[in-house]
Ligand binder design. Structure first.
Ligand code: ADP
Length: 415
């Protein structure tokens, strides 16, 4: 009941079936495309900004503007007729977000939080200042300072180096194991932190609305591709004891409160072999680790984000069925027009939901879609996920529209 009372305090605006209340989304990739599934269901007016003409959001939004979400003037112009502005990518012009906010527009997540999270040194400083558990670390402005600090602190190999800005999907992270690894570190601002002996990599998506209502999704476990450093599988529930699941949930809950974020926050954490839970990093937006909420939870992360930024009551986050998400990434050695080999056969698997992001060109390891598999047990979902992985391959289609291998040979059943 307290949550309901709080919600009544929010001044309700009529966003539904209105052409006068526009939601602007900076970024038009797959995350935006899945947000649009919900905005269309709720009949909300959307306007999306993305530099690519045929971006995943170029269909499905009411208005699509081609332009850079990094460029101050473009974002300012884009936001003029929007009532509320949100993001599906952090790499946006936060000064324009601030100035749109100063004009009286609602901008969620708040630009200051996006700025903080974009810089890993500031992010770690926030964790330190707010007693958020994280790996021991130190920051530096350049390589010379880094070398001095390594010497002064007697930092032992191995350790982890991270660039302060610009890293994603493991780019901007080096596991430093030798002196020659130290030499290869670029001369940029960054941080060094303890190499965690990781037992589990987990993530929790949490949401907060303007009146401070908070809801937390169940923790998921992530398994990474060994070469591409991308998440390959996400499992829910995570394989942890109730004690750890609760503790991780409390950390995510308190982090959204400490940040006072409005919208979604995805919190990535390590459970170490010594039994510690460390926050690795967070993202102020819908997240790959939350895709399985679409089919597996009562409310999806996409609906939850919209509920949070629009001031609606947050939805129930309970898990309906155990689930596994398989990321569909471009096979090695295939570039060009995409061909989903085995898609029809894969659809025969019980409880498998196919999501394709609308990208016409594949490249090695490009995120092209995902499949969520739900089942009565996590073991069954995992078994079916392995079948999906075996059957469905993202390859390229060349020339005459018939599938061929990368070297141009006509594809046979066995190739
Ligand atoms: P990105 O922002 O590029 O996703 P992350 O900080 O998430 O970078 O790091 C990428 C991966 O590197 C993590 O998923 C984890 O596997 C590994 N990693 C990062 N920090 C540590 C650490 N302190 N100890 C051990 N492994 C780490």
């Amino acid at each position: 009941m307290p949550a309901l009372k709080k919600v009544l305090l929010i001044k309700m605006e009529n966003y539904f079936s209105s052409k006068y209340k526009k939601i602007g989304i900076l970024g038009g990739g797959q995350l935006g495309k899945m947000l649009l599934d919900v905005t269309r269901r709720y009949d909300l007016y959307t306007k999306v900004l993305d530099p690519t003409a045929d971006a995943p959001c170029s269909v499905g939004s009411k208005e699509f503007v081609q332009g850079s979400f990094n460029d101050y003037d473009t974002v300012m112009q884009f936001g003029q007729d929007c009532d509320i502005i949100t993001i599906e990518i952090e790499n946006v012009n936060t000064q324009a977000m601030k100035d749109l906010q100063a004009m009286g527009k609602k901008v969620f997540p708040q630009p200051e939080i996006v700025e903080l999270i974009k810089n890993k040194v500031q992010q770690k400083q926030f964790y330190q200042d707010h007693q958020v558990p994280a790996a021991p670390w130190f920051g530096f402005k350049n390589k010379a300072e880094m070398l001095r600090r390594i010497e002064k602190n007697s930092t032992q190999l191995p350790f982890v180096w991270k660039s302060a800005v610009g890293g994603y999907d493991g780019r901007g992270v080096i596991i430093v194991r030798s002196k020659s690894d130290i030499e290869s570190i670029p001369d940029v601002p960054g941080l060094i932190e303890e190499l965690a002996a990781i037992e589990h990599e987990i993530a929790i998506v949490a949401a907060r609305n303007e009146v401070g209502e908070v809801r937390v999704f169940p923790p998921v476990e992530m398994a990474f591709h060994p070469v591409a450093n991308l998440v390959e599988y996400v499992f829910c529930p995570a394989d942890l004891s109730a004690e750890y699941l609760d503790a991780a949930g409390i950390i995510a809950h308190s982090l959204v409160e400490k940040l006072q974020i409005v919208g979604l926050l995805a919190v990535e954490m390590f459970v170490t072999k010594k039994g510690k839970i460390w926050v690795n990093e967070c993202a102020p937006r819908v997240h790959n680790s939350g895709h399985l909420t679409i089919e597996a939870c009562i409310t999806s992360q996409f609906e939850q984000h919209l509920r949070a930024i629009l001031g609606f009551p947050l939805g129930n986050t309970d898990l309906i069925r155990p689930a596994v998400m398989v990321n569909l990434t471009g096979e090695e050695n295939f570039s060009g027009p995409v061909f989903y080999e085995g898609a029809e056969k894969m659809l025969a698997i019980d409880g498998a939901y196919l999501h394709l992001y609308g990208k016409t060109e594949t490249r090695p390891y490009r995120k092209m879609g995902h499949v969520t598999i739900t089942a009565d047990s996590l073991d069954k979902a995992k078994e079916n996920a392995m079948k999906v992985k075996d059957i469905l391959k993202v390859k390229s289609l060349k020339g005459d529209g018939r599938p061929k291998t990368e070297d141009g040979r006509r594809k046979t059943e066995k190739s």
